[in-house]
Design a protein around this ligand. Structure first.
Ligand SMILES: Nc1nc2c(ncn2[C@@H]2O[C@H](COP(=O)(O)OP(=O)(O)OP(=O)(O)O)[C@@H](O)[C@H]2O)c(=O)[nH]1
Ligand SMILES: [Mg+2]
Length: 387
């Protein structure tokens, strides 16, 4: 085939900085004159990430309903659809897997390389390290707020990486970054490490060099699918959309941060750890995004809409929450906090397109490892729900 698409997938735990990194990488590839498409992924439709990246003027395809590994054919189909949409296929596809997913080298990277080599030129698989949660997991000091099985997933994600990206160095003192790098070298040895900030762009020259390199042989660490599935199932997912009707004028960004702030407080009260809360607000052609990436972190406005919704006007909020907890409890919490935030403005609100669940057991389409011994995957009952 004359045109092979460079497939660049960047993994990492929930809230690690994948979408921010992909947005910045897209700009870097475009500066080099390359065309870019993006594929996002989630367990359900209505993705904040898709809205965020489209808001940056990117062509985005969404693989919804399950992770890439369980929807492999859908991933390939989505890339092909993106390729047909433009005048010419993109030079680069940037792909963001679900942040609770692992075993992606065996189930996505290797199948693409070994079965679709004519279409795809697969880049090294880089995985973003989320400092707050990862330093506690790698040092086994505990206190992440996640169960040991969810922590197992975070560690396995880093073990299968061709390169580890230590993100958020903009907000860490140099000695902490150094200590984190030493911890990674000790716990997950032999990998290139990039110190970076997806927020400021620090370290991205080095990241581009790493991604331009040859993919590794494909690290497929031993993985217990029972622990993996149970770890994912201890997380709760909520996606929904809120239609807000303004009685009086209000600032959209203030509403977004207030909603996430109220969710943060309510989660803390019931002792459920936030993996990532995000809210996109859309009004009058502008959009803003508010996030929270851990229970002890700050609420941030990662994109400002700078929009005032006028009296009688309307705004749409897309809400995605991933927490360690129960989906029904999470849904009740979202309802209560969104309603309280809107009530405080005298605004009306209706929630729709809601989905709340625990991710199902992953049942990958392909699984290519060097290990001939069957894993617990083989004992998966036929027809089991897939993640
Ligand atoms: N200070 C700082 N914040 C960052 C950095 N990278 C990402 N963030 C913030 O962290 C939050 C999560 O970033 P995302 O890029 O959405 O993370 P993600 O990995 O795509 O999250 P999920 O898709 O939910 O798993 C956002 O508020 C970002 O602005 C960074 O390098 N420094
Ligand atoms: Mg994301």
């Amino acid at each position: 085939m004359s045109h092979r698409i460079r497939y660049v997938m960047v993994g990492g735990f929930l809230g690690a900085g994948k979408t921010t990194t992909l947005g910045r990488l897209a700009a870097r590839y475009r500066e080099r004159g390359q065309t870019v498409g993006v594929v996002t992924n989630d367990q359900a439709e209505g993705l904040v990430d898709t809205a965020t990246l489209r808001g940056q003027g990117l062509e985005v395809g969404e693989v919804a309903g399950a992770c890439f590994c369980c929807q492999f054919d859908n991933l390939v189909g989505t890339v092909r659809a993106l390729a047909e949409r433009g005048a010419a296929p993109p030079d680069v596809i940037l792909a963001e897997p679900v942040g609770s997913c692992t075993d992606l080298v065996a189930t996505v990277i290797r199948p693409l390389r070994e079965l679709f080599a004519a279409e795809f030129d697969v880049a090294p698989y880089a995985v973003i390290l989320k400092p707050g949660h990862a330093s506690k997991v790698l040092s086994s000091e505990g206190g992440t707020g996640f169960s040991p099985k969810a922590e197992y997933i975070l560690r396995k994600q880093l073990e299968e990486a061709d390169a580890v990206l230590i993100n958020r160095v903009d907000e860490l003192p140099a000695d902490e970054v150094q200590a984190l790098e030493e911890l990674v070298r000790r716990e997950i040895p032999g990998k290139p490490i990039v110190r970076m900030s997806a927020k400021t762009g620090a370290g991205f020259d080095r990241l581009m060099e790493v991604l331009d390199g040859e993919a590794g042989a494909g690290v497929t660490p031993e993985l217990d699918y029972d622990v993996y599935a149970e770890g994912e199932a201890e997380l709760a997912w909520y996606n929904g959309t809120a239609d807000v009707a303004a009685a009086d004028a209000f600032g959209l960004d203030a509403l977004l941060t207030d909603v996430i702030g109220r969710m943060k407080e309510a989660l803390a009260e019931q002792n459920d750890e936030a993996a990532h809360l995000k809210a996109v607000g859309v009004a009058d052609g502008g959009f803003g995004v508010a996030n929270l990436t851990s229970g002890d972190g700050p609420v941030t406005l990662s994109a400002a809409s700078d929009r005032t919704v006028p009296a009688g006007g309307a705004a749409e909020l897309i809400l995605n929450a991933r927490v360690a907890g129960d989906p029904e409890r999470l849904t009740a919490l979202v309802h209560a906090t969104v309603q309280a935030a809107c009530e405080a403005l005298g605004a009306g609100v209706t929630l729709r397109d809601e989905r709340a669940f625990r991710p199902g057991r992953p049942v990958p389409t392909h699984r290519m490892t060097d290990d001939p011994t069957p894993t617990a995957l083989a004992s998966t009952p036929a027809g089991a729900a897939s993640a």
